[in-house]
Design a protein around this ligand. Structure first.
Ligand code: DC
Length: 232
C-alpha cells in the first residue's frame, strides 16, 4: 500500500516558506495547508466583530465564545490557486493586507484560538500526504511529522520580499512600515507563552537569505526524496 508522510515547514513570516510548501505539495501530489491563513481568517473575524480595540487589545473572551461560529475552509480558485474561506466567503485578499497582519500575532497568542486551530489542522493530516506550513507545525501540531523544515532569513530580506509583494498588489506601504511589522511579528511569535515559534530539535534548517527559489526547491525536493523515498 502506498505510504505517505507529513511534511511540516515552519519559519518566520515572509521567509518564503509558503511558496516552497505549495510548490513541494504540487510536485509530489500532496495537499497543501497554509496554517497562517487560518490564524489570519480568525483575525479578520475578530476585526469585523469589533473584538479588537484601537490600541490593538483583543477581547479574547468574546472571541473564544464565538469560536464555534467560525468556519474556515480552503477552496480552489479558477486559476487553480488555493483560497481561504471564512464562513463560506472568500477572504483571500483581505487576510493578506496589513490590517490583518497588524493584529494576527495577538490573536494567534490566544490559547483557545490555538487549541481550536491545532485540532482542525490535525484532522487535516489524518490521512497524511500533506505539506503544512506555519510556526508550530513541527513542534506542536505534528511533532511526529516524518519531515520537518525550519526556514530562516534576515528581517531585512523578508521585509523587502513582502514589500515588493504588497507593492505588486497595489498596496501603498513603505518598506520601513513593512520592516517594523515583520520585526514586531517576530517578537510576538517567538516570545508568546503557548507554542512559540522555535525550531524543532529534529527539523532540517534552511537559511534562504542567499538562495534562489530554484535552489531552495532543489534542496527541499532532495530531502523529501531521501525521507519519503521508500515510503512514497
Ligand atoms: O505565515 P503567516 O505570516 O501567514 O502567519 C500569520 C500569523 O499567524 C503569524 O504572525 C503567526 C501566526 N501563526 C501561528 O501562530 N501559528 C501558525 N501555525 C501559523 C501562523
Amino acid at each position: 500500500m502506498e505510504q505517505k508522510i507529513i511534511v511540516a515547514i515552519d519559519g518566520y513570516s515572509s521567509s518564503g516558506k509558503s511558496t516552497m510548501a505549495k510548490a513541494l505539495a504540487k510536485t509530489v501530489g500532496y495537499h497543501y495547508v497554509d496554517s497562517g491563513a487560518m490564524y489570519r481568517a480568525v483575525t479578520l473575524f475578530a476585526m469585523r466583530h469589533g473584538m479588537i480595540a484601537p490600541d490593538g487589545t483583543v477581547d479574547s473572551n468574546a472571541l473564544e465564545a464565538d469560536l464555534p461560529k467560525i468556519h474556515i475552509t480552503f477552496a480552489t480558485d479558477t486559476d487553480g490557486s488555493q483560497v481561504t474561506e471564512l464562513n463560506g466567503e472568500v477572504v483571500e485578499q483581505e487576510i493578506r493586507g496589513l490590517g490583518v497582519a497588524d493584529h494576527v500575532s495577538a490573536v494567534a497568542a490566544i490559547g483557545a484560538v490555538r487549541d481550536r486551530l491545532t485540532a482542525l489542522q490535525r484532522e487535516m493530516g489524518v490521512k497524511k500526504g500533506i505539506v503544512m506550513d506555519g510556526r508550530d507545525i513541527g513542534t506542536t501540531v505534528f511533532p511526529q511529522a516524518e519531515m520537518k523544515v525550519f526556514v530562516q532569513a534576515s528581517p531585512e530580506v523578508r521585509a523587502r520580499r513582502r514589500w515588493l509583494e504588497l507593492a505588486g498588489k497595489g498596496q501603498n506601504v513603505s518598506y520601513q512600515e513593512v520592516l517594523d511589522n515583520v520585526r514586531e511579528r517576530d517578537r510576538i511569535d517567538t516570545t508568546r507563552a503557548i507554542s512559540p515559534l522555535r525550531k524543532a530539535a529534529d527539523a532540517l534548517e534552511l537559511d534562504n537569505d542567499h538562495l534562489t527559489m530554484e535552489e531552495q526547491m532543489q534542496w527541499l525536493l532532495g530531502k523529501f526524496q531521501e525521507i519519503a523515498g521508500g515510503k512514497n
